[in-house]
Design a protein. Sequence first.
Length: 363
Amino acid sequence: MFAYVKKKQYLCSGKLCAKKINKKHMQENFIGQHNANAVQHFALIGAAGYIAPRHIKAIADTGNNLMVAYDKFDSVGRLDSSFPDCSFFTEHEQFDRFCSKQMRTDSPLSWMSICTPNYTHDAFIRYGLRLGCDVICEKPLVLNPYNIDNLVELEQETGHKAYTILQLRLHDRIAALKKKIEEGPQDKIYDVDLTYITSRGKWYYSSWKGDVHKAGGIATNIGVHFYDMLQWLFGEVEQNIVHVMSFDRVAGYLQLKRARVRYFLSINAACLPSNAVEGEKKTYRTLSIDGEEFEFSQGFTELHTESYRQILAGNGFRISEARPSIEIVSTIRGAHPVGLVGDYHPLAKMPLAAHPFGWDEKR
């Protein structure tokens, strides 16, 4: 990792780099990043992960170059189809050495994409900014609101920017719904039910995803993009109540400026309706607004590519836009469930399941 020093020097793996970063070179690099006609050079961290193929495809679809990738695991044959010449490392020290040297060439890295486990996002965003790149990070941007405050300061120090993927805002039907709400009666309060169940097997609980300290819990790991969508559509949070929370589900109530929202999120297949099968994986996603079903399950395929197009054009979603959803999931994570009182989602009444490993912990 790099540790930023105000004299424009950097600490690399505990040792002071002999060469200072040339300020003029950094400024030229920054300007070049926003030249839409120039091929941009990317680095990617987390190349073996689940979400990485969408980022790799987005880099290719926007006509740019993935120069180097890093992951602790070497199952990265996915690079062959688009970027067979991409350098790849399984050791961060080697990746760091390559990136640092590349920044002093005539073809410096302009962007760093982060596709790693949730709890590592903050550290890798910092690394990319200090290296001299603008950063594109998969959601959730970070786990805690105070991480956002620190990243804002680092952006100011380095002169580089961090962006996140909030792809539901780019979905055609959701954008049309936002316009309809904005053009409708301004005093109207909508009644909304959100249900999202995406079944996961026992592997989930052995991975980082099943660790609340690493993934942030169910609300963060599978729900942060829905919370972002809801507050984007209906305004800021006025009340955040959690009715039920366990290792495999969370149910609660959000009072937004323009909506009363009941939600239920789960990774337990036992919670699925009998007709909920989507492709090879059992999934159920529904959004009801004033009793009417709002369909938005299609059209997700190209949203990462569109996110990259917007970011490269200077219209991407910055740190400040990720803050509301990070605050929502952080509050949920630290809440004490009130039980089945007040206005709760109908599925909140379902019997709780025993943890497959016998653990009794809020996850």
